[in-house]
Design a protein around this ligand. Structure first.
Ligand code: HEC
Ligand code: HEC
Length: 151
């Protein structure tokens, strides 16, 4: 009986260790203009980049910006999060879009009662008129509404 219990504990221990090795774990990952180490444009990054997920780093905000063709991503823009619509209220966070058109951050984001995204490209800024309390931009954009795009 004792042996069986000890064996069970060892077996559970081995499985737990293996499970941990497969997970990406947390790490500091913040997108920057010009950087090209991201991937999976258009997908919901937090399918994997979350606690227990396989992605490296757990993102608070992440997504992809496209150009007006909606088929090509638009590199090196900027995502802003404001407390009021149309760039109003206080600018709380600024996230640079990388060279693949992706933006992401593992820095903590406090959404409060909701933040309003503004996305700037080379010549044009576009505002989301409603507020968000989740940073999983590609869970809506490209799924239940248009992809995020600007010029
Ligand atoms: C299907 C799962 C999956 C999805 C979806 C996913 N990733 Fe990842 N990501 C990974 C894994 C696994 C790694 C670690 C191995 C690697 O670097 O490829 C990773 C690594 C990364 C890294 C770190 C690369 C480095 O060199 O340090 C960045 C940045 C990144 N992902 C960004 C993103 C962005 C942005 C999105 C969404 C547009 C995204 N990922 C979507 C699984 C995913
Ligand atoms: C819960 C779903 C959802 C999430 C999450 C979401 N959006 Fe949106 N977004 C929408 C919808 C629906 C619209 C169109 C209506 C509106 O503007 O409120 C929109 C509109 C926009 C627009 C304006 C598009 C236009 O027509 O001009 C931009 C830019 C935008 N979102 C950026 C973002 C960014 C950046 C994020 C993540 C930080 C994000 N959105 C997260 C649903 C979402």
């Amino acid at each position: 009986m004792k042996k069986a219990i000890i064996l069970t504990i060892i077996v559970i221990g081995i499985f737990t260790l293996n499970a941990c090795e497969k997970e990406g774990g947390n790490a500091t990952e913040v997108s920057a203009n010009g950087s090209s180490k991201s991937h999976n444009m258009g997908r919901n990054c937090m399918d994997c980049h979350k606690s227990g997920g396989e992605g490296k780093g757990w993102f608070f905000v992440a997504g992809t910006v496209y150009d007006s063709t909606i088929t090509h991503s638009l590199p090196n823009g900027t995502v802003y999060l404001y407390t009021a619509p149309n760039g109003g209220g206080t600018l709380k966070y600024t996230i640079q879009v990388d060279a693949r058109g992706n933006f992401y951050t593992t820095d903590a984001i406090d959404f409060g009662t909701g933040l309003y995204p503004v996305v700037s490209g080379n010549t044009t800024s576009r505002n989301m008129s409603s507020s968000i309390t989740t940073g999983q931009c590609n869970s809506c954009h490209g799924v239940s509404t248009d992809k995020i795009w600007t010029k």
